[in-house]
Design a protein around this ligand. Structure first.
Ligand SMILES: Nc1ncnc2c1ncn2[C@@H]1O[C@H](COP(=O)(O)OP(=O)(O)OP(=O)(O)O)[C@@H](O)[C@H]1O
Ligand SMILES: [Mg+2]
Length: 201
């Protein structure tokens, strides 16, 4: 298996990363999606059993990535060391993650943003850093929800019609990716609006 047709705004994997696939007989994107979705369900169960423990550490982020994707990818839980078309220089990932976690703690302690704006800013910074070879969108949506619930005692957000963390390859995904691109250019409003519409007060 050499590559998969990727959904809009998904990050292609390098050949070396594809070698980390633990199941060698996967031939289609559909089969991979299914494997990953089982793995992600197990990871979400792990998070739920962990109850309300703190999540704003890089140890948690890496462990959570292992719990979500570790049964599918051998490199789960390791920050990427390859360049991608999205994301910062891999050398800067550890320090930028720590800054983001510190900033988030500061925002929470000081009530800098409401729940939606905090989620939009945290989520965008995390996918912008793009710490892992794959699974960045899903972990960033689930991680943002974990911060809302565990650290802020707020309600989680819905990220697409009726879904907590999956954004299927449809019109809605276009709006989401376009909102992230606006945020890349410094305008947070489209992502804030995107979340407000799906999460009315
Ligand atoms: N221009 C962009 N700026 C910031 N983030 C982006 C941009 N384009 C895409 N992304 C993020 O990258 C994610 C895709 O990265 P990756 O393939 O690692 O995640 P995933 O969890 O496998 O994907 P999915 O979003 O399909 O669940 C998108 O879901 C989105 O969150
Ligand atoms: Mg992907």
């Amino acid at each position: 298996m050499e590559s998969f047709d990727a959904p809009y705004g998904a990050t292609p994997l390098d050949p070396s990363e594809l070698e980390g696939l633990k199941f060698k007989n996967i031939a289609t994107r559909g089969q991979l999606d299914e494997l990953e979705s089982h793995s992600v369900s197990a990871g979400r169960l792990w998070l739920a059993r962990r109850k309300n423990k703190p999540v704003l550490t890089d140890d948690f982020l890496k462990t959570f990535h292992i719990k979500l994707f570790g049964s599918v990818w051998s490199w789960a839980g390791k920050y990427r060391n390859t360049e991608k078309n999205i994301g910062i220089d891999p050398l800067h990932i550890p320090v930028e993650i720590r800054k983001l976690l510190d900033d988030t703690k500061y925002w929470i302690e000081n009530g800098t943003y409401n729940r939606i704006e905090l989620a939009a800013r945290l989520h965008h910074r995390l996918v912008r850093i793009h710490p892992f070879p794959n699974g960045n969108g899903r972990i960033a949506r689930l991680f943002t929800n974990a911060v809302l619930v565990n650290e802020m005692k707020e309600k989680h957000l819905v990220w697409s019609a009726g879904k907590l963390h999956v954004i299927p390859d449809n019109e809605e995904r276009r709006s989401y990716i376009d909102a992230l691109r606006a945020a890349d250019a410094g305008d947070m409003q489209p992502l804030i609006k995107y979340l407000e519409v799906r999460n009315p007060a």
